[in-house]
Design a protein around this ligand. Structure first.
Ligand code: AMP
Ligand code: MG
Length: 421
């Protein structure tokens, strides 16, 4: 019998080798994702961090009525074109004058409009004559070229909701509001381990039967774009004691452990075995209706999440995208957890599998706006080149008959669609 999503962990454990749909796997992960606590961080180090709480404007912006032009601050209702200049108002200073009819203050963009004045006439609409200015503008409306107090942001407004990623505009707004330090989610600590006797460090010579460790570099690069702190990355041979020691050490300090390799059906699939055997580790699933990525292992020990990714380079990156990236974003309370999904039309037919397939693809927006998708070529899970240049994962649900050119499917967008050549 299938355990309900609310089944006791023991029940799930017994059910371990049942193939699960990726959505169910995702739901299981979500139930185990801990929320990162908030920490105050100086604004200068808060780049791309995720806001831990709603930010409410503590003050009005602009805090004073500000000129939007270089020009002359005047009384709008004054009918005469002649005004005597009684001062210069620069940004960052406050002149102690009052503008009355017949008088004006020269004013710079962003400077406070002096008391009495209720409009600014741009310099282009004036002509200087000694200590006077002549206004060549028939009608000067009250309020012209002035940003009133609070017109950009009003005190008490929700300026950024919790979960906002602090990109250039957002962090500018936080700075603008004077909030320094700012409360952001602590970044989950993540370690990455490649496993396998065959792995050699890039730069070292290859012996017989050896290949280079590429997963570590792919995964740490994928992680670098996410809200997390990589605390360790390395590789280990297929030695049970060594792998066990690594997992034990990292469980004490990390929020997330990512391993690659050692989770398939072979005799040396040690990661899978160690996770299964450890008494304090709960394995939640390890087989998915997913292509690539069938043998993904997910386990927890206390609050630490452990992802045993398949060793094939494409499988490990696809499962990172589908499960680890959203988990890290959920942990951080990010508002945007998932990549956007768009409806696209297949440029070419493709065979269907009995598992949901995530093909590496290229989505292009045609001149008519129609999104077209094609796969990047041979989709073997060892072929990293199939991921190079891909801007999408094309979602190919399982079915009996192949997909035909022109059919609509969904694409998980890793980057914006390409524009038509
Ligand atoms: P495994 O899951 O350990 O059986 O590995 C599956 C396939 O992925 C094998 O062909 C491995 O050689 C390959 N592989 C495992 N780890 C890595 C890695 N870190 N970099 C590149 N290929 C790997
Ligand atoms: Mg291996």
């Amino acid at each position: 019998m299938t355990p309900s999503p609310f089944a006791e962990p023991q029940e799930i454990q017994r059910d371990l080798d049942r193939m699960r749909p990726p959505d169910e796997a995702r739901a299981i992960i979500e139930r185990h994702v801990p929320r990162m606590p908030s920490e105050p961080v100086p604004l200068a180090s808060a780049t791309w961090r995720i806001l831990a709480s709603d930010l409410v404007a503590p003050e009005d912006h602009p805090p004073f009525p500000a000129s939007t032009m270089d020009g002359f601050a005047v009384v709008a209702e004054d009918g005469s074109p002649w005004r005597e200049i009684i001062g210069d108002q620069h940004a960052g200073h406050v002149l102690d004058v009052e503008v009355t009819e017949g008088y004006t203050v020269r004013i710079m963009t962003g400077a406070p409009v002096p008391p009495g004045a209720n409009a600014v006439v741009p310099v282009e609409a004036t002509e200087l004559a000694d200590d006077h200015v002549v206004i060549h503008q028939e009608d000067v409306p009250s309020g012209a070229n002035i940003r009133p107090v609070g017109s950009d942001v009003r005190k008490g407004d929700l300026i950024l909701p919790a979960g906002t990623t602090l990109g250039p505009a957002e962090i500018g707004l936080v700075a603008n509001m004077g909030m320094n330090p700012v409360a952001v989610a602590r970044r989950p600590r993540v370690s990455v381990l490649s496993t396998g006797d065959e792995l050699v460090e890039p730069g070292d010579p290859l012996g017989p039967g050896q290949i280079r460790d590429s997963n570590r570099f792919s995964l740490t690069t994928a992680l670098a774009a996410e809200p997390c702190e990589i605390t360790y990355s390395g590789k280990a041979p297929d030695r049970r004691d060594e792998l066990e020691r690594f997992l034990r050490d990292r469980m004490e300090v990390d929020d997330v452990i990512v391993t690659s390799g050692g989770v398939s059906m072979g005799g040396l699939d040690l990661v899978k075995a160690i996770l299964f055997d450890a008494e304090d580790v709960m394995v939640h699933f390890r087989r998915l209706y997913l292509k690539p990525g069938k043998p993904l292992n997910f386990a927890t020990r206390g609050k630490t999440l452990i992802f045993g990714l398949p060793g094939n380079p494409v499988s490990s990156l696809v499962t990172f995208e589908l499960f680890i990236r959203p988990a890290l974003r959920l942990m951080s309370g990010a508002r945007e957890v998932d990549r956007p999904r768009l409806r696209v039309r297949l440029e070419e037919g493709t065979p269907a599998s009995d598992r949901i397939e995530f093909q590496r693809g290229i989505v292009t927006a045609g001149p008519d706006g129609q999104l077209m998708a094609r796969s990047t070529g041979t989709q073997q899970s060892s072929r990293l080149a199939s991921f190079v240049g891909a801007n999408a994962l094309l979602v190919i649900p399982p079915r009996e008959r192949p997909y035909e050119a022109g059919e609509e499917i969904e694409a998980l967008m890793l980057a914006p669609p390409r524009s038509h050549p």
